[in-house]
Design a protein around this ligand. Structure first.
Ligand code: 5GP
Length: 190
């Protein structure tokens, strides 16, 4: 997606060679027109897969996931990082190592909203080591829901999470794949 790559080039800030900040259009301020194009790309990729549910993780996947849900006319479910008042019996949970915060979180999805009847498209803003996707796939496995694939806005291919998941047979569509990045030379795409 050329427009997305252009925005990453011009507005992205690389921190310490591993973190990309795209707060002007994706992770803090959000650009709904760009999100609409992103959602169209995911729709083009997965429109024949019978998707009837979109799943993401809070918080920064929610905006793109919501736009994608609009295209598929499907509900959008996000895994929560706090259990609120839902008990263990009423939710599926998975452990996720947070790349950006360097800690482990348990994420929860209510059993009410995910089950064997669901064909799930998993959406997230970034793919780095693949921990967030693995946690969401695990939640779908626990729910006996079928994962048709994942839609990722930015994959940091040099961290290889995507390669590992593809080798395991998962279908992953990433709209911008970064081969390398550094504070001095900026971002290079695959
Ligand atoms: P993974 O679980 O694949 O290691 O990392 C993906 C998750 O970490 C995403 O949900 C995303 O929120 C966050 N993340 C990973 N790398 C970056 C990054 O470079 N920039 C930002 N803004 N978030 C990232």
């Amino acid at each position: 997606m050329e427009r997305l790559k252009e925005r990453i080039k011009t507005e992205g800030r690389v921190l310490g060679n591993e973190i990309l900040k795209v707060d002007s259009f994706l992770n803090h301020q959000m650009d709904p027109l760009l999100f609409e194009e992103i959602a169209e790309e995911f729709y083009r990729e997965y429109k024949d897969c019978g998707v009837n549910k979109i799943l993401t993780i809070e918080a920064s996947g929610i905006g793109v996931a919501c736009m994608t849900g609009l295209k598929f006319k499907a509900p959008v479910l996000f895994a929560k990082k706090s259990r609120s008042r839902v008990s263990d019996k009423e939710s599926y949970s998975a452990e996720v190592e947070s790349f950006t915060h360097g800690c482990r979180n348990t994420v929860f999805v209510s059993k009410r909203y995910l089950g064997p009847e669901d064909r799930v498209l998993v959406i997230d803003d970034f793919l780095a080591n693949g921990e967030a996707l693995k946690g969401l796939f695990e939640i779908c496995r626990l729910a006996d829901a079928e994962v048709v694939g994942a839609g990722i806005v930015i994959e940091k291919a040099f961290q290889h999470g995507g390669d590992k998941l593809r080798e395991e047979g998962h279908r992953i569509c990433s709209l911008a794949r970064i081969a390398s990045m550094s504070e001095s030379e900026g971002v290079k795409f695959v």
